[in-house]
Design a protein around this ligand. Structure first.
Ligand SMILES: [Zn+2]
Length: 183
């Protein structure tokens, strides 16, 4: 639990910075759509401050993922490097009816949750934010020059091959002798 930071430690130091490498398997079972985590792990840097009743965390997390282009199947890699902010409040403060105006403002913020009065753990958030970086149908980054380019040729009307219905066993073959001009 390298990204678990106790409130006691925060109380003493006011600010805790920590570096860690999350194991690749922390997102096992969560990756969909042909994504595969690559490398030695996910490097993380956290900077956590305690300000009155609120714990504020700034987190940078990086990851490398392999995927196949959803159009041309070319094997590719995506490098994610993102920074997010998250705030933690005391347990019960998000559903209490007697919020201060400041707390009420926080309440509207999706980047806010409650801690358990003992510690905060940022690992789950790192995984969540990484997964949000992965597009549903990933493709070549530059579809005009990558392997995808050949899919981008100007559209040509399709002419069926003239012999397509020449199969004498086809139930439709008799239609060839119907003279539409006469009827
Ligand atoms: Zn492609």
């Amino acid at each position: 639990m390298p990204l678990r930071i106790t409130l006691d430690e925060l109380e003493r130091k006011r600010r805790v910075e920590r570096d860690a490498v999350l194991p690749l398997d922390c997102c096992a079972g969560l990756l969909g759509g042909g994504w595969t985590a690559m490398g030695e792990g996910f490097p993380v840097h956290v900077d956590v401050r305690r300000a009155s009743q609120v714990v504020e965390a700034t987190v940078r997390v990086q990851g490398r993922f392999a995927f196949a282009c959803s159009r041309c199947a070319e094997p590719l890699e995506l490098v994610a490097d993102l920074t997010f902010e998250h705030r933690f409040m005391r347990p019960g403060s998000l559903d209490a009816g007697d919020l201060t105006p400041e707390e009420a403002a926080f309440n509207a913020d999706p980047e806010l949750s409650e801690h358990d009065d003992v510690a905060i753990d940022l690992q789950g958030l790192c995984v969540e934010y990484l997964l949000l970086e992965l597009p549903y149908a990933p493709g070549c980054p530059d579809a005009s020059t990558g392997e995808c380019a050949r899919w981008n040729e100007p559209w040509q009307p399709w002419d069926p091959p003239p012999e397509a219905d020449d199969d004498p066993d086809s139930p439709w073959s008799a239609l060839r002798d119907v003279d539409l001009e006469k009827s």
